[in-house]
Design a protein around this ligand. Structure first.
Ligand SMILES: CC(C)(COP(=O)(O)OP(=O)(O)OC[C@H]1O[C@@H](n2cnc3c(N)ncnc32)[C@H](O)[C@@H]1OP(=O)(O)O)[C@@H](O)C(=O)NCCC(=O)NCCS
Length: 176
């Protein structure tokens, strides 16, 4: 009989202001692991790098989450209010390869959705690179649909990212 390895429970938590190095390291790991998924220029951040990461981690319009298993980070996601508008985006969704297929991304997406709802968002949007089937399936499972808008060049420069969005419940239909 083949014994399954034990599966550690996964917990989510918000990154604290002084944990910007952890957020930076996770983001770098994500971009290195999945360059096809992220249009990131963080490798170019040589000047003022600390200030930029700090600003990203402490932005009051953002919600930076990490997923941990056995106190080790295994995933991340970010909710972001765009400027002073009521537009909210889900960004930087990543699960470490060893933790995939266990619903970690489901937990992250649901938590960012809940945060956006609490902020008064009417909808949540995101960008997906063409051909990123696991991400597309994940978001569809959560009720996101393609809007028909394009979101700029794909990370590999071939094709365009596309926008997916999900309407969030109106205030009077929200769970109390
Ligand atoms: C896309 C990504 C975030 C999905 O992460 P994940 O944690 O594996 O996602 P989930 O576990 O929630 O779902 C993945 C699959 O596991 C299945 N699953 C969910 N919970 C499960 C569980 N407890 N046990 C077994 N399988 C499970 C899901 O049904 C889904 O199945 P499918 O492949 O048939 O669709 C991950 O592949 C990733 O980080 N990719 C690289 C970065 C990326 O593309 N990010 C998105 C940018 S837009």
């Amino acid at each position: 009989m083949i014994e399954e390895p034990p599966v550690e429970p996964v917990a989510l938590r918000v990154v604290t202001d002084d944990e910007w190095p952890l957020w930076r390291d996770l983001r770098r790991a994500a971009v290195a692991d999945a360059p096809h998924a992220f249009c990131s220029r963080i490798d170019d951040w040589h000047r003022g790098e600390e200030a930029r990461w700090r600003a990203m981690s402490t932005d009051p319009g953002s919600y930076n989450l990490i997923a941990e298993a056995d106190a080790r980070p295994v995933g991340m996601a970010r909710g972001l209010r765009l400027g002073t508008t009521a537009a909210y985006e889900l960004r930087s969704v990543w699960v470490a390869p060893t933790a995939r297929g266990r619903g970690v991304a489901d937990l992250l997406v649901t938590a960012v959705e809940d945060w956006a709802l609490c902020q008064g968002a009417h909808s949540l949007r995101l960008l997906v690179a063409p051909g990123n089937a696991p991400a597309d399936a994940l978001y569809r499972r959560h009720g996101f649909l393609q809007t028909g808008e394009l979101g700029g060049p794909a990370p590999d420069g071939v094709g365009q990212q596309y926008v997916m969005a999900k309407e969030l419940p109106a205030p009077d239909a929200r769970p109390s």
